[in-house]
Design a protein around this ligand. Structure first.
Ligand SMILES: Nc1nc2c(c(=O)[nH]1)N[C@H]1C(S)=C(S)[C@@H](COP(=O)(O)O)O[C@H]1N2
Ligand SMILES: [Mo]
Length: 239
């Protein structure tokens, strides 16, 4: 959108639908943002409400940015697991750590190359709770109280899906979803739920927040949302 990249019709329809519902972008705008960016933030229905250093944009679908310190942070793991419970930040830190570097790509067209994420593989978190045989999918809930996401169990077990607590070698900032966010590296940014508060293991995929407005549930970068697979090159997904 901001750089003229075509966006699939379903995404545009989704955004129009959101606009019609009157959901406004909220959250604090950084003092350095220009008038043009303020106008963009007001008009962009996707939750964009400001610029962050390093080419990032700040997204939140809620007006108030939630806060948890590492001391009061809890990640609940519930649903189809043998050992439901709540992990503290320190519990997460005791699981095997990993790092991965990947480009972060929002479906609206902006991209931050080579982001280095650190944390724990979601698979480790799932294994620590013991996934039951009938499980097929995982849902994620933000402690902002509104945002949700979902993956199939196979997607959730990929090595490039992290419960992340560092970005580029520093503790994950609150703006970027700290203290802990989900990072689904091979998919568009909307899968990467910020301020991750709950993981529920379930029997079927439940479409997440944006997916109710037309974004694809399987959000592979370059292979979803009508971006790169259009026969006519106009961003229209194949029928
Ligand atoms: N809780 C929550 N998570 C979210 C969002 C959001 O609005 N709320 N926006 C998503 C979208 S569309 C993108 S592109 C990324 C943006 O991450 P950033 O704010 O760190 O740039 O967060 C994703 N995760
Ligand atoms: Mo996004």
């Amino acid at each position: 959108m901001t750089d003229g990249t075509p966006v699939g019709r379903r995404v545009v329809l989704g955004m129009l639908g959101l606009g019609a519902l009157g959901v406004a972008a909220g959250g604090p705008l950084s003092r350095s943002v220009s008038g043009a960016v303020r106008a963009l933030a007001r008009d962009d229905p996707t939750g964009l409400s400001g610029l962050l250093p390093g080419g990032w944009r700040y997204y939140s679908v809620t007006a108030h940015q939630p806060h948890r310190s590492t001391a009061d942070y809890r990640l609940t793991v519930t649903g189809l697991v043998e050992r439901p419970g709540a992990l503290r930040f320190a519990d997460l830190s005791r699981l095997p750590r990993t790092e991965l570097t990947s480009d972060f790509q929002c479906v609206t067209g902006w991209r931050v190359p080579g982001v280095r994420w650190g944390g724990v593989r979601l698979a480790e978190v799932l294994d620590s709770a013991g996934v039951r045989r009938e499980a097929r999918a995982v849902t994620f809930r933000s402690f902002d109280g509104t945002y949700t996401e979902s993956l199939t169990l196979d997607q959730a077990r990929r090595a490039d899906v992290l419960v992340a607590d560092t970005m580029d070698g520093r503790p994950l900032s609150r703006d970027h979803g700290g203290p802990v966010r989900l990072v689904v590296a091979p998919m568009y940014g909307y899968k990467s739920c910020k301020w991750l508060g709950g993981i529920e293991v379930v029997d079927a995929v439940r479409p997440g927040y944006w997916e109710h407005y037309g974004y694809d549930v399987d959000a592979w970068v370059g292979r979803s949302n009508g971006r790169d697979d259009a026969p006519t090159g106009d961003g229209e997904p194949p029928a």
